[in-house]
Write a protein that binds this ligand. Sequence first.
Ligand SMILES: C[S@@+](CC[C@H](N)C(=O)[O-])C[C@H]1O[C@@H](n2cnc3c(N)ncnc32)[C@H](O)[C@@H]1O
Length: 206
Amino acid sequence: MGDSIGPVADIYAAMLAEHGPTPLGVGWNDWARQRLSFETLCAIIPPDATGQTINDLGCGYGALFDFLAPRPALEGGLYYGWDAAPAMIEAAKARIADPRVNFAVARQPLAGADWSFASGIWNIKLDAPTADWERVIAEGMRALAFASRRGYAFNMLSTRGPAREAEIYLGEPARWLAFCRDNLPGRPELVEDYGLPEFTIRVRLP
Ligand SMILES: C[S@@+](CC[C@H](N)C(=O)[O-])C[C@H]1O[C@@H](n2cnc3c(N)ncnc32)[C@H](O)[C@@H]1O
């Protein structure tokens, strides 16, 4: 299958070099849309839960930490940001000095947490054959599931959105919902039509 993730990490490092630690630097158009994705993912955390531990796989420059930092979940909690691109982790560490945060270069969560999230990490596949990329996605979902105690959530550009270049992966919402239901622990819920060309799957455990 080769290394499909390394070249993708290099593309994100180039985006970061061009645009800095901003939404454009991780392929988002603007903060409003990035935040709407985060709100949709993190709605799985009960709003009054405090002291939660969070895995953020493909954390980029740590924008999900900015979103969660003032919320109850991270009162007395911990956030682990993992990214395949060393430049992203350097940018995140340079930007965020908070005792609740740990950033490291990794392609899967290296710690257990109450909740694990992955936002936008499977959007760019470059020239990886679709079947290989779908194996990368399935492995990533398994890693999220087994690193999580209470639940996990991820998003993906949807086949129900606009057509894109061949190097972009569009996921079929029903297919990935069925994958989670049939292969992974927990109770998956599909969320669509929240104003972005993506869908979110949130899975409550056990
Ligand atoms: C679209 S950016 C999103 C960044 C961040 N989640 C956000 O929404 O601001 C995707 C990030 O995921 C990273 N990435 C892609 N595949 C990964 C993998 N398998 N493991 C860890 N990081 C990955 C990329 O290097 C990039 O920084």
